[in-house]
Design a protein around this ligand. Structure first.
Ligand SMILES: Cc1ncc(C[n+]2csc(CCOP(=O)(O)OP(=O)(O)O)c2C)c(N)n1
Ligand code: SF4
Ligand SMILES: [Mg+2]
Length: 292
């Protein structure tokens, strides 16, 4: 393991799951990597001019073109005959990868670039003040999906990015989260042994946007898995090859009640119907991926 490719002293919030996720990813990937990083919290907290926390070649791309920038880097390495010298990673938040940069990511998948694409999934546009993204889950409060007299938070379920990657023919697709750090490291290492495009989506709790105590980041990450709200899976060549089994499935309330973004679902008349919809998503995940 190569420690401290992301140096301390950056400006992420206390308990930031995204900063931890990046540290784990980099330590697993090792120093021979080049990272293209979308605009978002990860880029802001790690590269405030004139300083940088990055101990590897790293480029801040636009919000919308990370995968295109990474594609250019990979193509240049090929032309120079230096592709064996470095792995290329395209990384960004859920807004950057699943929404605004999705076209570039789709093109990268389609052209078959030898790149690992990573979504740091904190389930909203955090850097600009917690706006809803396509990966914001059902019922969550964001500043653009506020609960009110007639509303119960975000009205859409989470976009299924892993399956969208599978539909592109991406040969290695996985999900991970920071509490299961060995699993995350194993998936990063494995992905980097595979040629062609790879996709890993990492759930990274955000104390600011999720409104949980910073000391609970790991607990929240763990409960996302134990409730089956965030299944940890590997799909290789279109086939489900591995899941992190849940030995004692917990009710979704245990996960939701730790987070202020779901506060409106507790102690309010009519809330049970909405909690049941979220429980149904977890139950469906458990069934679909054989988690329990
Ligand atoms: C084309 C474009 N639109 C909007 C922005 C403003 N912007 C910068 S970061 C950001 C949010 C990033 O959200 P996400 O990708 O989920 O990363 P996070 O901050 O949550 O880690 C937005 C909206 C921008 N820089 N460029
Ligand atoms: S807002 Fe969230 S993702 Fe951004 S630095 Fe703070 S904890 Fe991390
Ligand atoms: Mg985000």
């Amino acid at each position: 393991m190569s420690d401290n490719i992301l140096a301390s002293g950056h400006t992420a919030c206390a308990g930031c799951g995204e900063a931890l996720g990046i540290k784990l990813i980099l330590n697993a990937a090792g120093p021979n990597i080049i990272v293209a990083n979308a605009t978002g919290c990860s880029e802001i907290f790690s590269s405030r001019y004139p300083e940088s926390a990055w101990g590897i070649p790293w480029v801040h791309s636009l919000f919308e073109n990370t995968a295109a920038v990474a594609s250019g880097i990979e193509a240049a390495l090929k032309v120079l005959g230096r592709e064996s010298e470095a792995n290329v990673i395209a990384q960004g938040g859920d807004g950057g990868m699943a929404d605004i940069g999705f076209g570039a990511l789709s093109g990268m998948f389609e052209r078959g670039h030898n790149i690992l694409a990573i979504t740091l999934d904190n389930e909203a546009y955090m850097n600009t003040g917690v706006q809803r993204s396509g990966l914001t889950p059902l019922g969550a409060r964001t500043t653009t999906s506020p609960p009110g007299e007639l509303s119960w938070g975000n009205i859409t379920p989470k976009k299924d990015m892993p399956q969208i990657a599978v539909a592109h023919g991406v040969s290695y697709v996985a999900t991970a989260t920071v509490a299961y750090f060995k699993d995350l490291e194993k998936k990063i290492k494995k992905a980097l042994t595979i040629k062609g495009p790879k996709y890993i989506q990492v759930l990274v709790p955000c104390p600011l946007g999720w409104q949980h105590d910073p000391s609970l980041t790991i607990r929240v990450s763990k409960l996302a898995v134990e409730t089956c709200i965030y299944p940890l899976i590997e799909i290789e060549n279109g086939k489900l090859t591995n899941v992190v089994k849940v030995t004692s499935k917990k009710p979704v309330e245990e996960y939701l009640k730790l987070q202020g973004r779901y506060k409106h679902l507790f102690g309010r008349e009519g809330a049970n119907e909405h909690l049941a919809k979220i429980q149904a998503i977890a139950d469906e995940n458990a069934k679909r991926y054989g988690l329990v």
